[in-house]
Write a protein of this length. Structure first.
Length: 540
């Protein structure tokens, strides 16, 4: 029953860098949210809780247990599972009016004993990054999911397998109401849960609560409720508070649910825009892929100062370390020179076999890495020698993996290398469009709306894309590359990624609207939808 930390600020931290509360997901649910969730549970059941067996799989400090025990329709049997001994000891007192059956153990260990099905599941699962979960728990969770024919990614949060296993404890038609992070709607790691809900739920409902809706809730949360049914019998439809009526279809499979928050007019505009003759998926026009993976960017990318100190020039290749190092849409040699002058990391060390062997000063630089244990990092330790990085050739197109206000596609006119923070690629010959054409096409409301729909956000307002998602983005494929210099100048004048006035988007929309009247007619709905989704992301 915990609200956990949000964002990737702790994305790959070590366990010794994270507080004990975060490690166990010890962030508890305020009483108003508890009461709302219980009301949704009753609605999903279509009846009171009297006579029911209710499971609280992560009972924590007993907020749900107290509310259930004190309710006029207190359940006949209440099963509370809590791993933390100090919290589990409080639960019998929390449920004094209707004693709970308390299990002080891992929920996965409890579930592995194949207990009898329950009538309802309620609570707020622990929100803990999977790398912080004890190995025994991970193994038990994986085994339970395997028995269901499911699996989750190694970077999934604990609440994802937790919910999947908890739902499996329900009898057919059993009800559930759970407080979950808003990541449920969008991230790739929550895809298996979305697919399971599409296939095995009915009367599904999502209630969205922005950050600050309840005291001490510092992230956007979702109350997910419905009934669990046999595999293949799910209705794949959902009701969403404030946006949809009942019986709206769910996106298929593991796809994101982000678009569900849009109103009917905006969704209709998006559907029509995707059917325009000029609209094509990005993957049909160009291919972007991961750039050079060093395993230690802070070591293999260097400034002019480090370059001179260790005489590394024979192994230095020009680098764009961050998309923010240029405000424009055309990456030029002048941008590289400016980054160097500002002391940025502007060089990638390439110690390939066809380059000179390291001299004494270069070897001294390599020894600084050995002192920091860099050769033992995963990508480094599998290379022979550890410092020989497979360098990916520069592409004509660049796109940052992560962005704030909006992503920018850039034309790599200077031929700079990038690391894995910036994707690189080129137009497909079959597309008949140049790199300049594609860069001009990218910054429409249609494309940036599809970024919000296809991408993911882990909190903090950051948007992230992976190549498979980029391939699904919608572009208007018109050969308008001659306008790139003007749009490049406009982007630079408004700070590139810091373009809060959306000058680049408005200018690009106007360019395409003048040549495609059908797109012009759809722009109000597309812009409204983009504003809604971006506003939700930036507000997290």
């Amino acid at each position: 029953m915990r609200l956990g930390p949000s964002g990737y600020s702790a994305w790959m931290r070590r366990a010794d860098e994270v507080s004990p509360e975060k490690l166990r997901g010890g962030f508890y649910t305020p009483a108003p949210l508890v009461m709302f969730t219980l009301e949704r549970l009753r609605e999903a059941r279509g009846a009171s809780l009297t006579g029911a067996t209710v499971l609280e799989p992560s009972a924590g400090d007993g907020a749900f247990v107290r509310a259930l025990a004190a309710a006029p329709d207190a359940p006949r049997r209440l099963i509370a599972v809590e791993r933390e001994p100090s919290e589990a000891a409080k639960l019998p007192f929390a449920a004094a009016a209707a004693p709970a059956e308390v299990h002080n153990e891992s929920f996965f260990a409890w579930a592995a004993r194949a207990p009898a099905p329950v009538d309802a599941v309620v609570g707020n699962p622990p929100f803990v990054r999977y790398q912080f979960v004890p190995a025994e728990d991970r193994a038990q969770a994986d085994a339970l999911l395997h028995a269901q024919g499911r699996a989750v990614g190694g970077v999934a949060n604990l609440w994802v397998p937790f919910v999947l296993v908890a739902l499996h404890q329900l009898r057919p038609g059993g009800a559930f109401a759970l407080v979950l992070p808003a990541e449920l709607l969008s991230t790739a790691s929550t895809g298996p849960l979305r697919a399971a809900l599409s296939a095995q739920s009915e009367a599904l409902r999502l209630d969205l609560f922005p950050r600050g809706s309840f005291p001490k809730v510092l992230q956007e949360v979702v109350v997910l409720s419905g009934r669990w049914v046999a595999a293949g019998e799910g209705r794949a439809r959902v009701g969403l508070s404030g946006a949809l009526g009942p019986e709206e279809p769910l996106p298929p499979g593991e796809g994101p649910w982000t678009g569900l928050v849009l109103d009917a007019e905006s969704r209709a505009a998006l559907a029509e825009a995707r059917l325009l003759p000029e609209a094509r998926p990005f993957g049909a026009l160009a291919r972007l892929s991961v750039s050079t993976v060093t395993g230690a960017n802070a070591f293999f990318t260097v400034t002019d100062t480090t370059l001179a100190a260790f005489d590394l020039t024979p192994w230095a290749r020009p680098l764009l370390a961050r998309a923010g190092h240029t405000g424009g849409l055309i990456v030029t040699e002048a941008d590289h020179a400016a980054a160097r002058a500002e002391g940025e990391r502007a060089w990638l060390l390439d110690l390939s076999a066809d380059r000179p062997p390291p001299h004494a000063r270069a070897l001294a630089y390599l020894q600084t890495a050995e002192a920091e244990g860099i050769p033992e990092r995963y990508k480094c330790r599998v290379r022979r020698p550890w410092y020989r990085v497979p360098v990916v050739a520069p592409g004509a197109l660049l796109l940052a993996k992560r962005a704030h206000l909006h992503h920018r596609l850039q034309h790599n006119a200077a031929g700079l290398l990038t690391t894995d923070t910036i994707y690189q690629g080129a137009p497909l010959p079959s597309a008949g469009l140049s790199a300049a054409d594609l860069v001009v096409s990218f910054h429409t409301s249609l494309t940036l709306l599809s970024v919000e729909l296809e991408g993911r956000s882990y909190g903090g307002g950051v948007s992230e894309l992976v190549p498979s998602e980029i391939a699904r983005l919608s572009l208007l494929s018109l050969p308008l590359g001659e306008h790139l210099p003007q749009l490049d100048a406009l982007s630079r004048a408004h700070g590139g990624q810091a373009d809060a006035a959306e000058a680049l988007i408005e200018a690009t929309d106007a360019l395409f609207a003048a040549r495609c009247p059908a797109y012009a007619a759809l722009l109000p709905g597309l812009r409204r939808a983009l504003g809604v989704l971006r506003g939700r992301r930036l507000g997290r």
